[in-house]
Design a protein around this ligand. Structure first.
Ligand code: 13P
Ligand code: SF4
Length: 319
């Protein structure tokens, strides 16, 4: 504990010295969430992280999360220095959507509007008409459908299928998945619901359809947080990365939160409800990058300009 306190003090001092501000995602370690908030930064979902980074005056942004979040920050503010505790922190959705294959998929459907989830590389974003996160995907696809667009969706199949069920839009899908949310199991969730019949079920839409079908609220990490606050209930079952529990519990002290079951939490479970890439963010790495300027996110400027177009559209739509 002494070492942790010393590291946190060092980070606070370095953030000030370097004129840096930190944004953290809800899935990173509680220490990194708290530090971001305490020092004038933000802990939030991927959409608000992007907006905050773009609008903040600091010339150095520290992004605690996964690679696509750091890249989005850099694309939106190419003049700023964007640092990450670990540049190898990626995402199974990004890994599962290589740009060459994705471009070929787009070429095969020239009549479709390309809508891409934020959890992708800069090159994939550069090929998209629209970017979305889980907090605005439904509204954006609904608006496109109302204007007569047919959609090409990538990469998360569960989120895409959920949006199609909700909007009835004409969509073709890339078949990617999040290794964390893909593990939630409906059969075990039903059993847990029986043990806690008063509990409300909160589900991130990267989860499989049969898990979503059991939800009282479906939405992004911030939507889950709002639902927990607004529901007049004492118990909740939560199907998202368990990094989320920190904010849920601190903001709702009188309420009880249970983790939704994954694949029996067996040895075969790849993630057990915590993203291995989010877990790569730590205090030591953070202190090191602030000290040395290491781990700066770099994006080719021409590519960044093209990738910025669909991101700007999303931010204007949600403003
Ligand atoms: P949110 O946009 O809901 O924060 O989700 C990001 C993410 O990576 C979920 O797994
Ligand atoms: Fe990607 Fe899933 Fe990790 Fe989010 S939780 S960063 S979607 S692998």
């Amino acid at each position: 504990p002494g070492e942790r306190t010393a590291l946190k003090d060092r980070i606070r001092r370095l953030l000030k010295e370097r004129n840096a501000v930190m944004v953290s995602h809800y899935y990173v370690h509680p220490d990194l969430q708290d530090l971001a908030e305490e020092t004038g930064g933000l802990v939030s979902d991927s959409l608000e992280m992007a907006r905050f980074g773009r609008d903040h005056a600091a010339q150095t942004l520290v992004v605690s999360g996964v690679r696509f979040m750091g890249e989005t920050a850099k694309i939106l503010s190419p003049e700023k220095r964007v640092l990450m505790p670990d540049l190898d922190a990626t995402c199974s959705l990004d890994l599962g959507c290589p740009v060459d294959e994705f471009s070929a998929f787009c070429d095969a459907h020239p009549d479709r509007t390309v809508v891409v989830y934020a959890n992708t590389s800069a090159a994939v974003k550069a090929r998209a008409d629209w970017l979305v996160t889980s907090s605005c995907a439904l509204d954006i696809v609904r608006a496109l459908k109302d204007k007569g667009h047919k959609i090409l969706w990538a990469p998360d199949k569960h989120l895409g299928n959920y949006i199609q069920r909700e909007t009835g839009a004409d969509m073709v899908f890339w078949r990617g998945a999040c290794i964390v949310h893909d593990e939630f199991k409906a059969f075990e969730l039903e059993a847990l619901k029986k043990e806690h019949p008063q509990a409300r079920v909160l589900v991130h839409p990267e989860s499989p359809a049969d898990v979503i079908a059991l939800a009282d609220a479906v939405g992004s990490t911030s939507a889950i947080l709002n639902a927990a606050r607004e529901f007049d209930a004492r118990e909740f079952i939560v199907a998202t990365d368990n990094g989320m529990m920190h904010k849920l519990r601190t903001l709702n002290p009188g309420k009880v939160f249970y983790e939704a079951p994954t694949a029996g939490n067996s040895a075969t479970c790849k993630s057990c409800a915590h993203c291995p890439w989010m877990a790569m963010n730590g205090l030591a790495g953070l202190a090191h990058v602030l000290e040395t300027g290491a781990n700066e996110v770099q994006i080719d400027p021409a590519l960044g300009q093209r990738a910025k177009v669909p991101i700007d559209r999303m931010l204007a739509f949600t403003a």
